[in-house]
Design a protein around this ligand. Structure first.
Ligand code: ZN
Length: 343
């Protein structure tokens, strides 16, 4: 197989990684400039895994991939989604429309928990209640109301790049799923997105690993307005479970493939240990800081744009929440803003 340098330098976004699996690299209008989707060939039709955002360039790339691989309307058996972040599910509705006959829809498979998240957030983004909840959450994190409002507006805009929404089909987070001619274990992988499922082919030691583990960058572990407490612990527990898998190759949602699974997991665990230590140091430096203030120290936030700052705040809160659960720090609410101090 060729290496990351070849991958980055090639013009063609469609790469054959296995006899029956192709990777399609789709553009994103963010600092993280691409997302990987996968196409799996089988006797009963193709499975598409993850989709990209609904932009004209991403749609054009899918169309050229279908033309190149000779995939016609009745050739797609199913679309599987690892998790419901816009860059992964944004084109699911459009793809479902492309491949559905008038009497039957090609299924778009997600976990039950992802479906619940969808109903609470992306499906509800048009409502004032959901948007108001997000703005209030950002204000609790110490952002000025005007910035909180503009970040909510931006989330709404990225939500609009997920339209039209598909009809979803729930699959169990702990079963098996046939994709292509392979039998995959469906493995729950919470933390980056609660409800994320990833797919393991034991016979071939191959993982379709979503955003749980990435090369070069660390997956965002964020505490958002709809996140349950303990999100970082759920991620660390998931990594501990995933470390026991025998993995030849991981096929991720971003960046190049993962060739040393255990080593990358160890790097992630170390990263979060260091991040927890840096977060605790930042809280110790002065008591009564908001999440926004702590994140400015940990992430040097004024160097980031607004799209990045919302991720930095969510990630900082995930670490503060973890330290709070270990009784290293405590939180009090002062005039609608959470303030953190050492215990
Ligand atoms: Zn992603």
């Amino acid at each position: 197989m060729f290496d990351e340098q070849d991958w980055l330098s090639q013009e063609r976004p469609l790469t054959r990684l296995e006899d029956d699996i192709w990777q399609l690299r789709l553009p994103l209008p963010f600092a993280l400039d691409h997302v990987n989707a996968y196409l799996i060939q089988g006797d009963d039709g193709w499975t598409l895994v993850d989709t990209g955002l609904n932009t004209s360039s991403a749609r054009a790339l899918w169309e050229s991939a279908f033309a190149e691989l000779g995939i016609e309307t009745n050739h797609v058996a199913q679309i599987a989604l690892t998790h419901l972040h816009p860059d992964h599910f944004g084109l699911a509705g459009w793809l479902q429309e492309q491949f559905s006959a008038s009497d039957s829809k090609v299924p778009v498979l997600i976990s039950e928990e992802s479906h619940q998240t969808y109903l609470g957030l992306w499906g509800a983004l048009k409502t004032d209640a959901a948007l108001g909840k997000m703005t209030r959450f950002l204000v609790c994190n110490g952002l000025p109301a005007t910035i909180a409002q503009s970040l909510t507006d931006e989330t709404k805009r990225s939500g609009s790049r997920t339209l039209p929404h598909p009809t979803f089909t729930n699959i169990p987070s702990n079963g098996t799923l046939k994709m292509g001619n392979r039998e995959w274990n469906v493995v729950p992988a919470p933390g980056h997105a609660d409800g994320q499922i990833i797919f393991y082919d034991r016979a071939d030691r191959l993982f379709l690993s979503g955003d749980q583990l990435l090369m070069k960058i660390t997956p965002n572990i964020g505490y958002w307005s709809d996140t349950k407490p303990g999100v970082l612990q759920r991620y660390l527990d998931s990594l501990a479970r995933l470390r026991n898998y025998d993995v030849r190759l991981g096929l991720p949602g971003h960046k190049w493939v993962i060739e040393n699974w255990q080593q990358r997991i160890d790097e992630m665990r170390l990263h979060h240990e260091e991040r927890l230590a840096a977060t605790l140091e930042a809280v110790k430096a002065s008591s009564g800081q908001s999440v926004n203030q702590v994140s400015q120290t940990v992430f040097r936030l004024n160097e980031l744009n607004t799209h990045q700052s919302i991720f930095a705040i969510a990630e900082t809160l995930a670490h503060l929440d973890h330290l709070e659960s270990k009784h290293a720090i405590q939180r009090e609410e002062v005039e609608g803003v959470w303030k953190f101090s050492v215990s």
